[in-house]
Design a binder for this molecule. Sequence first.
Ligand SMILES: Cc1cc2nc3c(=O)[nH]c(=O)nc-3n(C[C@H](O)[C@H](O)[C@H](O)COP(=O)(O)OP(=O)(O)OC[C@H]3O[C@@H](n4cnc5c(N)ncnc54)[C@H](O)[C@@H]3O)c2cc1C
Length: 411
Amino acid sequence: MSAADMQGASGSSVLVIGGGLAGFSLARQLRALGHTGRLRIVDPEGLPYDRPPLSKAYLLGHTDQAGILLADADWCERHDVEILTGTVAAIHPETGEADLADGTVLEADLLVLATGGTARRLAIPGGDLDTVLELRTRADADRLRATLRPGLRLAVIGAGLIGAETASAARELGADVILIDPVDPPLVPAVGPELARRLHDMHAERGLEVVTGVPASITIDAGAHLITLDDGQAITADAILVGVGITANTALAVDAGLEVDGGVIVDDRQLTSHPRVYAVGDAARRRTADGVLQRRAEHWESAMNTGRTAAAAIAGAELPVHGASWFWSDRHGVHVEGVGSMTGPGTTVIREIDGVPAIAFRLDPDGYLAGCAAIDGGLAVRAARRMIDRRVHVDPAQLADPAVNLKKLAR
Ligand SMILES: Cc1cc2nc3c(=O)[nH]c(=O)nc-3n(C[C@H](O)[C@H](O)[C@H](O)COP(=O)(O)OP(=O)(O)OC[C@H]3O[C@@H](n4cnc5c(N)ncnc54)[C@H](O)[C@@H]3O)c2cc1C
């Protein structure tokens, strides 16, 4: 049977490389769709777990390792999903083989790259010091948690979603936090300038020291770090956490000759340039049927959805329709959500609640909603998502008026 014939064959064996949310979501959905073939997930970290709590509840000690598992051993056994602890060193799409770092060779009809991303290091002198912390894995969170204590002077470099969340959690745990970012305010592309300003101002209101600048070097002397900014400012810190984004883990795809451009290129079915290999989650980047290369999503829901899409494609089921992309983030006791795109041509409409910007709507030049972000406004974002997905024409005055029920507007 050729690789192409295996799509829709419910007995085909599938090897999922990477057991994060995307790989797990694919496995769960395959079984839900009645796939009966052998299903294995290989990951150096063992059982699949969820990452968002690593900068929130897990870091704060409100939940533990068991509390962040996406599936426990019992679930895996009941659903006949084998979890192999190991690292894949190479894949061979023509034969369906995957070589593990320990020399074991696995074979499957179909391979799925669900390898996620790696926290980006700072490309400056000292950026690669072992004492400079990052936050991508449970081990990273454990190390950070063990470092944090009341009075610790923690410098967080990067005030994007993860940097801001970690800074907030560290403050809650009693650390003295210095938050450094080259941009003031950060996150404008995600939530628009008005909400970005309000969110960034919260850091200083909660007692964090906020610095705008570009780190140029990091040195360490007798356990104390010195961060020098490119304008000459010097900042001392007991510990440093860097949150400046991720790079997609594409090495396996590159070595196997698959098409890669900032992520493993996939089509609307999450199929790569080889008919035996799918890619999902943070590692994948979609090219739409009309040739548009989309931005790589690095959000929880996207990881889940791409796994579900690949499962449907493998099982020969109808592809799910997902709608506008959505994310959330929590910091300083507020909940942030965003949907669609806040960039691109058009205008922004702000809805104020209690005199402060609470919801930002991005309208395209034709008057359709393209994006929405909100602080403590999950219901508004849900309504906005319906308006985006259904292309409801909206009146800017109604969007801005806090008395207008957005749910009704979305109908
Ligand atoms: C601290 C933190 C907080 C976050 N908070 C939010 C949030 O609030 N909201 C939101 O929308 N998103 C959030 N995200 C993003 C979200 O968690 C990710 O988008 C999601 O985890 C991506 O899932 P994934 O399966 O593609 O990748 P990952 O979760 O990174 O999983 C990839 C897996 O592949 C494995 N792997 C890599 N290479 C190999 C190999 N060669 N062989 C075998 N296995 C391999 C890795 O060990 C890893 O387990 C957060 C992420 C982090 C790190």
